[in-house]
Design a protein around this ligand. Structure first.
Ligand code: ARG
Length: 461
C-alpha cells in the first residue's frame, strides 16, 4: 500500500471493503481518457480561479499526462482495492507527485466527476454511431442505384401483394436509419450538458468558472440544478432507447436478408465471408452474421430495461445504484457499433439475382390490384372491380396460370369490359403507375436516390 492509500481516509475505507462487491474498475477503466481530460481541465480552471497555484496545476497536469501514457502502454497497475477509475488515477497521481495530488479533488466530487466521464463517453459513442449509420445509408443508396431495374414482389402479411422495385424496398431502410440518426442526435443534445461543478449534490463553495470548463470540454450547456446533475442518467436511457430502436431495424433487416438467401426466396447471395458452412451438411451457407445481429438485439433491449429499472426507485440524489449504468451502456455501445460494422462490411458484397426476383414478382397474382384499377379506369366501381378480379384470381390459380396466360375470352367470362389492352398491365406498368410521392415508380425511386445522396452530402458539411 502506498503512503497515499495509508493516509487517505477514503482509500482506507475503500480497501476495507470485502469481496470486491463494490468494485467497478474492471469496466469503468474504459473511462480513463474522459476522466483524465476532465481532470486536466478542472485543474486548469482551479488555477485560473486562483484556487490552486500554477506550479500545482502543472504538476497535476503533467502527472495526468504521464498516467495516460502508462495506461495506454499497459504499464499502469490497476488496483481493485481502489474500486474505480477515479480513485485509481488519483492514487497513482499521488504516487507520482505527492500530496499536491490531493488538490485536484478540490471543488469536485466523484458524483459530478463520474457523470461527466459518462457524458463525454456517450457523446463520442453517438458520433461514432451516427457516422456508421451514414455509411450504411450511403451503401443502401449505392445498392439502390446498382439494382435500380430489379423488380421484386412486395409483401403484406408475408403474402405477395404488389410488385415494387428492389431499390424501393432497400430505401425503406434508408428512412429507418435516418430516423435513428435523428434520435441519436437528440440524445446527444440532452447528453451535452456539463455536470461538473455540481459537487456531491448541493453545488460548491468556491468561485468556479463552469463556462470555461464547458467550453474546454466541448459542452454546449451547463447543468442548471446540482441535485439533478448528479442523479440524472436520462442521457444513458436516451442512448439505450435510440440503440434499441436502431437494433430493432437492424434485426428486421437481418430477418429479411436471412429469408432472401433461402432457396425458397433465392433473391440474394451474401458475400461468402459473411456466411459459414455447416459442420455436417456440406451444401450449407448459413447467414450467421445476420442471425447473430438479429440475436444481439435482445441484449440491447435488455440493457434498456435494466437501466429503466435501476433508476425507477431512486430518491434524490446520487445513489450507488447509479454505478450500474456502465456495463449495460458499454455492452450496448460495443454491440451496436460491432453490428453496424458487420452490416457496412456485408451489404456492399451482396449479389441480387434479378431473374429470380422478376420471376417471383410475376407470380402470386401480384397484378390483381392493377387489373382492378384497369376496370376502374373503364368506369367500373372499385368494389365491383375488386369482386370480379377476386373471382378471376381464384380461376387462374385453380388452373395454375398467371394473368398473362389467360385468354381474352376467359377474361370476358368475368366481365365484358375486358379488352385486348388488358395485356398491357404488366409488373412494369404497375410500378410506373405508382408515381405518387413516396411511391415505387422508377421515376420516384430515381428521385429518392438522388435526394438521399443530397441529404447525406448536406449532413457531411
Ligand atoms: N464508481 C462510482 C460510480 O460509478 C463513482 C461515484 C462514487 N461516488 C460515491 N459517492 N461513492 O457511480
Amino acid at each position: 500500500m502506498s503512503s497515499y492509500e495509508k493516509e487517505s481516509p477514503i482509500i482506507k475505507q475503500l480497501s476495507d471493503k470485502v469481496g470486491g462487491f463494490t468494485v467497478s474498475i474492471h469496466y469503468d477503466r474504459r473511462l480513463y481518457k474522459q476522466d483524465i481530460k476532465g481532470s486536466i481541465v478542472h485543474a486548469a480552471m482551479l488555477c485560473k480561479q486562483k484556487i490552486i497555484t500554477l506550479a500545482d496545476r502543472d504538476a497535476i497536469q503533467n502527472g495526468l499526462i504521464e498516467i495516460e501514457v502508462e495506461i495506454e502502454t499497459g504499464s499502469f497497475t490497476w488496483k481493485p482495492e481502489l474500486e474505480d477509475i477515479h480513485m485509481n488515477i488519483e492514487s497513482r497521481l499521488h504516487e507520482k507527485i505527492g500530496p499536491i495530488a490531493g488538490k485536484l479533488h478540490t471543488a469536485r466530487s466523484r458524483n459530478d466527476q463520474v457523470s461527466l466521464d459518462m457524458r463525454m463517453f456517450v457523446k463520442e459513442s453517438i458520433d461514432t454511431v451516427i457516422s456508421q449509420l451514414t455509411t450504411l445509408q450511403r451503401i443502401l443508396l449505392d445498392l439502390s442505384s446498382k439494382y435500380q431495374d430489379v423488380i421484386v414482389p412486395g409483401y403484406t402479411h408475408l403474402q405477395k401483394a404488389q410488385p415494387v422495385l428492389f431499390a424501393h424496398h432497400l430505401l425503406a431502410y434508408f428512412q429507418m436509419f435516418d430516423r435513428d440518426k435523428t434520435r441519436f442526435r437528440e440524445a446527444s443534445q440532452r447528453t451535452d450538458v456539463l455536470p461538473l461543478g455540481s459537487g456531491a449534490l448541493a453545488g460548491l463553495p468556491y468561485d468556479l468558472d463552469r463556462n470555461y470548463v464547458a467550453e474546454e470540454l466541448g459542452f454546449s450547456n451547463i447543468s442548471a440544478n446540482s441535485m439533478d446533475a448528479v442523479s440524472d442518467r436520462d442521457f444513458v436511457i436516451d442512448y439505450l432507447s435510440a440503440a434499441s430502436i436502431c437494433m430493432m431495424h437492424i434485426s428486421r433487416f437481418s430477418e429479411e436478408l436471412i429469408l432472401w438467401t433461402t432457396e425458397e426466396f433465392s433473391l440474394i447471395k451474401l458475400p461468402p465471408e459473411y456466411t459459414t458452412g455447416s459442420s455436417i451438411m456440406p451444401q450449407k451457407r448459413n447467414p450467421d452474421f445476420a442471425e447473430i445481429s438479429r440475436g444481439k438485439t435482445g441484449r440491447v433491449y435488455g440493457n434498456l430495461v435494466s437501466m429503466l429499472t435501476i433508476l425507477k426507485g431512486l430518491p434524490m440524489t446520487y445513489n450507488r445504484d447509479l454505478q450500474e449504468d456502465k456495463e449495460g451502456f458499454f455492452d450496448s455501445h460495443d454491440t451496436l457499433t460491432a453490428v453496424l460494422e458487420v452490416f457496412t462490411g456485408m451489404l456492399p458484397g451482396i449479389y441480387v439475382n434479378s431473374d429470380n426476383a422478376r420471376q417471383s414478382a410475376e407470380g402470386g397474382m401480384v397484378l390483381a390490384t392493377d387489373l382492378a384499377d384497369y376496370l376502374v379506369a373503364k368506369g367500373v366501381p372499385f368494389r365491383e372491380a375488386h369482386g370480379i378480379i377476386s373471382n378471376l384470381s381464384d380461376y387462374a390459380s385453380s388452373l395454375d396460370k398467371m394473368f398473362g396466360e389467360i385468354s381474352l375470352e376467359e377474361y370476358r367470362k368475368f366481365s365484358p369490359i375486358f379488352e385486348e389492352d388488358v395485356y398491357e398491365v404488366t409488373v412494369e406498368s404497375s410500378i410506373n403507375a405508382r408515381n405518387t410521392i413516396g411511391g415505387t415508380s422508377f421515376n420516384m425511386v430515381q428521385q429518392a436516390i438522388e435526394r438521399g445522396y443530397e441529404q447525406l452530402k448536406e449532413s457531411d458539411d
